[in-house]
Design a protein around this ligand. Structure first.
Ligand SMILES: Nc1ncnc2c1ncn2[C@@H]1O[C@H](COP(=O)(O)OP(=O)(O)O)[C@@H](O)[C@H]1O
Ligand SMILES: [Mg+2]
Length: 390
């Protein structure tokens, strides 16, 4: 039992509820990789992590979530049921976190539950557009008896922003440095960067989605290896990059758009790749994989060179850090930059996003803005999320 647990378990502790409710937050993140949920339980006081957990999605849930990325028949009904199924996994993750930390539900001020992005179309159609994270926060509050902060992106979209990325505010709080311009890069299903100018420069933080992270790599590995990802990037590392295919993939207009910008599986999906591969019928699957690694690395590195030319420290997080071929390909394209993971800065790569959503939940509960309008393009700072009380 840790100190907080001992404190909370002590019947003599005065105003237990009040002190408990300010003690800890849980962050739950399930990203565009559709692999599962990463959770952390952190102290509000100092950000110390008392527990982390990862629960992979059952295959049927993963498949349902994948299908819901595109329009289909009676999707409203299937979305609602998939949200219930997702939240049962979330609730299991919460139970594991509490058990590991030795804490009761009453010790948690709130859960920041990202939900599962199924559509991301900010700024489109009527000028506002929408971003949709499938979620069932009322059910999560019911199952856990903890306040839930959900729908964390929509307010930024309503204020004219992209609703993404939201993690840069947390990156700024955790990772910025007085003397060094740093880039923090999340290699999830989609890759995104946060540019943290050296504090002395007085420039605003920027950040945006670069393009595909693991999404295309995973899809190709599933099709040709029958595995949900290319473990360590070992398979892709045995292939040869095809320069003509790489050039064709890099022709995607999204890569040339100036920030603020964000993207998702709405754009970078299997059909996007297949359409470009028709001109390359003779390429072997392994060479395509090698070229997809190069694509991910190239769009990240190009953005660093273009938007953070004085960057000296590049810190990656997310599951893509386990793809050694990808990390090497990024390092090869950033000479003079120290390329490492956020472990170097004291935060394990798999915890960064979940910790960011615990932090965003706290910002909501304490009525503080969670977005950086310099990143999302929103009209200003906004308090993000909706609270579903326990
Ligand atoms: N051992 C590994 N080797 C290669 N890639 C991995 C490995 N472990 C995880 N990954 C990649 O990381 C992804 C999950 O990363 P994650 O940070 O959870 O992304 P997201 O936020 O999009 O869910 C997996 O889908 C896979 O592509
Ligand atoms: Mg994930």
């Amino acid at each position: 039992m840790n100190d907080i647990a001992r404190h909370l378990a002590d019947p003599a502790t005065a105003s237990l509820a009040a002190s408990a409710r300010s003690a800890c937050y849980i962050g739950l993140m399930s990203g565009t990789s559709l692999d599962g949920v990463d959770g952390v339980l952190v102290s509000a006081a100092d950000g110390q992590v008392f527990a982390d957990a990862y629960l992979p999605f059952p295959n049927d849930l993963r498949e349902t979530l994948m299908v819901l990325q595109a329009p289909s028949d009676n999707e409203l009904h299937r979305e609602a049921l998939a949200a219930n199924a997702l939240v049962r996994v979330y609730a299991e993750c919460v139970a594991q976190l509490l058990a590991t930390a030795g804490l009761p539900a009453s010790a948690i001020a709130a859960i920041g539950a990202h939900g599962q992005t199924i559509r991301h179309r900010p700024g489109e159609f009527d000028g506002i557009g929408y971003t949709r994270q499938l979620n069932a926060p009322a059910l999560l509050a019911e199952l856990t008896n903890i306040d839930v902060v959900a729908d964390i992106r929509s307010r930024d979209v309503a204020a004219g922003g992209q609703g993404a990325p939201l993690v840069p505010a947390y990156h700024q709080a955790m990772f910025s440095d007085a003397g060094e311009t740093r880039v923090v890069c999340n290699l999830g299903g989609i890759s995104n960067v946060t540019i943290l100018p050296a504090a002395a420069l007085g420039q605003p933080v920027s950040g945006f989605d670069c393009g595909p992270g693991n999404a295309l790599l995973d899809g190709w590995a599933a099709r040709h290896l029958g595995q949900s990802y290319d473990d360590g990037g070992a398979w892709g590392a045995t292939g040869r990059v095809d320069p003509a295919l790489l050039a064709a993939l890099l022709g995607e207009p999204y890569f040339r758009q100036t920030p603020p910008k964000s993207t998702g599986r709405d754009l970078f999906h299997a059909a996007w790749l297949d359409a470009r591969l028709t001109a390359f019928p003779k390429l072997s699957p392994v060479d395509v994989q090698a070229t997809l690694v190069a694509l991910t690395a190239q769009c990240v590195a190009d953005d660093v060179l273009r938007f953070a030319p004085d960057c000296r420290g590049f810190y990656a997080c997310g599951g893509g850090t386990r793809n050694h071929a990808l990390m090497q390909a990024i390092a090869d394209r950033l000479p003079g930059v120290s390329v490492a993971t956020t472990d170097t800065l004291g935060v394990p790569p798999h915890q960064v996003e979940a910790r960011a959503f615990a932090w965003l939940a706290e910002r909501c509960v304490t009525r503080q803005p969670g977005n950086l309008s310099s990143v999302t393009g929103a009209r200003g700072p906004r308090i993000l999320g909706a609270i579903y009380p326990r």
